[in-house]
Design a protein around this ligand. Structure first.
Ligand code: SAM
Length: 231
């Protein structure tokens, strides 16, 4: 088994009998968050990050070029669910970063609270991502990355409103577009184009647009950047 740094800081490649996987170095060794495999290497422990369980891992596998979530990053994560991807982001940002994890399902947020109990860089927020001003008082300082994975009809607009509320020039948006939550009749390409055009029209620079098939059905992953004043 060989562990090597991947091209993104905080992400590692693990090769086992010709099979390559990506992983993150665990902030809480000895704990598997969602049943993922743990790999020990000297003093460190790595958590395999399956592209079938996480759209961010799928985007990396499908050739993501820019990875705004880095050691020390301040991230607002919308649609945290029980924390599968959040836990890997927590490993990456490490003790000097923070993940504000927003989830509106009360049942699901309980798992997130348990995760945050052992990972102090996760701040769980039970609220609706469509209303950023409601949870703004819980977020301190400027957010550098807004990551969004919510199954809602107006995904681009939710991302924009959160970027506008929490970020300034140079901040990043990362959006997993779930086409069938937006429109169940138009073609996938039409739905993606409309959402991406909305981000573009609102002045965000579209940096990447990745097709997540076949790892995630009917999903696009978009990375964008704030390059204009949003006030
Ligand atoms: C596909 S799951 C997220 C999976 C998670 N991002 C991961 O990779 O581990 C989408 C989540 O978004 C939540 N959600 C949907 N609409 C939301 C909203 N308006 N505000 C907050 N959470 C929302 C759902 O309850 C669900 O848990």
């Amino acid at each position: 088994m060989k562990v090597e740094p991947y091209k993104f800081s905080g992400v590692y490649s693990i090769t086992d009998r010709e099979q390559k996987s990506i992983s993150t170095k665990s902030l809480v060794p000895g704990t598997s968050v969602y049943g993922e495999k743990l790999v020990k290497e000297g003093e460190d422990e790595f958590r395999l990050w399956s592209p079938r369980r996480s759209k961010l891992s799928a985007a990396i596998k499908r050739g993501l070029r820019e990875m705004p979530i880095q050691p020390g990053s301040k991230v607002l994560y919308l649609g945290a669910a029980s924390g599968t991807t959040v836990s890997h982001c927590s490993d990456i940002v490490g003790p000097n970063g923070v993940i504000y994890a927003v989830e509106f399902s009360q049942r699901t947020v309980r798992d997130l609270v348990q995760l945050a109990a052992v990972r102090p860089n996760i701040i769980p927020i039970l609220d609706d991502a469509r209303h950023p001003t409601r949870y703004a008082p819980l977020v301190s300082g400027t957010i550098e990355v807004v990551y969004q994975d919510v199954a809602q009809p107006n995904q681009a607009s939710i991302l924009y409103e959160n970027l506008k509320t929490f970020c300034s020039f140079g901040a990043w948006g990362m959006l997993a577009i779930k086409a069938r939550s937006i429109d169940s009749t138009s073609s996938l390409e039409e739905v993606y184009s409309r959402e991406i055009a909305e981000l573009d029209n609102r002045g965000l620079e579209i940096v990447e647009n990745i097709n997540l098939e076949p790892l995630e059905k009917d999903h696009r992953f978009v990375v964008c950047r704030v390059t204009e004043d949003m006030t």
